[in-house]
Design a protein around this ligand. Structure first.
Ligand SMILES: Nc1ncnc2c1ncn2[C@@H]1O[C@H](COP(=O)(O)OP(=O)(O)OP(=O)(O)O)[C@@H](O)[C@H]1O
Ligand SMILES: [Mg+2]
Length: 272
């Protein structure tokens, strides 16, 4: 069983450039990600999505409240939580194969023919079979993100934390990557928390979508995405999909508007 629980989580940051005041990033955030569930966190820019994910990853600590994974308080990053960011964390001087081998080499001292077979398997899984000897600069953005994914998946973490992993990709590549992720997850279900501000991405991927409010982030709404699996983008014309999409669109529009007001982008001097 691999679950994530956030209970009454508050996060306040010292305001950059003015440490006497604070930014209230998260307020009383309560969240539970179930075993093998695919959950998306959806919300406007600045609402605290990355802050929430970073707490679970163990990169930051809450000001108050508790963050637990499998019942244990999170204090630091750990091997059971794989993290994927918008920019793939890959070493530019290493080939695809060396990049993918890095984790098991360092953490488990793996090597030899066994590691080579494992690396080949994961490179194949993410569709990079022909690119094992390429360097990152010889790859497209989507291919680099595939390397990033393989680097994390090869460690076989039961929990995946993904912060807008496809946010920098063009629309078509993004769809391809979503379908790849779905295919991988169908085969090997992990507990996933996936941050996005893209409604379609959230709906295609998730079992549940949590909409966060504008800062300070808390949960505004949770919807069950009761659509059949396995899924593909053909789903987007399904009436049940269209209706969920409409619901999420309304929720997100309200919160994005509130977020813009907070930042002084509308309704103030800058709002003309
Ligand atoms: N280390 C930090 N120090 C100070 N303020 C921070 C820090 N990290 C985040 N914040 C602030 O906390 C709020 C939430 O930020 P966060 O990055 O979690 O938002 P987000 O929902 O991930 O936004 P986006 O969709 O743009 O990535 C923002 O107002 C941000 O400026
Ligand atoms: Mg973010």
């Amino acid at each position: 069983m691999h679950t994530i629980t956030l209970d009454g989580v508050e996060v306040e940051f010292p305001k950059p450039g003015d440490p006497t005041t604070t930014v209230h990033a998260l307020a009383d955030l309560n969240l539970q990600v179930r075993d093998q569930e695919f959950m998306c966190l959806l919300g406007p820019s600045g609402c605290g999505k990355s802050t929430a994910l970073n707490l679970i990853a163990g990169f930051t600590q809450p000001t108050s409240g508790s963050v637990t994974v499998d019942g244990a308080t999170v204090r630091r990053p750990g091997p059971e939580r794989g993290v994927v960011f918008q920019d793939a964390t890959i070493f530019p001087w290493m080939t695809v194969r060396e990049n993918v081998a890095f984790g098991p080499k360092v953490s488990k001292g793996a090597g030899g023919a066994e590691l080579k077979a494992l690396v080949d398997e994961y490179i194949e899984r993410v569709g990079l079979g022909a690119f094992g000897d390429h360097l990152p600069h010889e790859l497209s953005g989507g291919m680099r993100q595939r390397v990033g994914l393989a680097r994390v998946l090869i460690n076989d973490p039961p929990i995946l934390l993904m912060d807008e992993p496809f946010g920098a990709l063009d629309a078509q590549t993004r769809i391809t990557m979503q379908e790849l992720l779905l295919e991988l997850w169908e085969k090997d279900r992990k507990t996933v928390l996936f941050v996005t501000h893209d409604i379609d991405e959230a709906l295609i991927l998730s079992d549940r979508v949590v909409v966060m409010s504008a800062r300070p982030g808390r949960i505004r709404h949770t919807i069950d995405v009761d659509l059949p699996r396995p899924r593909s983008h053909e789903l987007i014309t399904d009436p049940a999909y269209v209706s969920l999409r409409h619901e999420l669109f309304e929720e997100l529009r309200d919160e994005s508007h509130r977020a813009d007001q907070l930042e002084g982008l509308v309704g103030g001097k800058a709002g003309h």
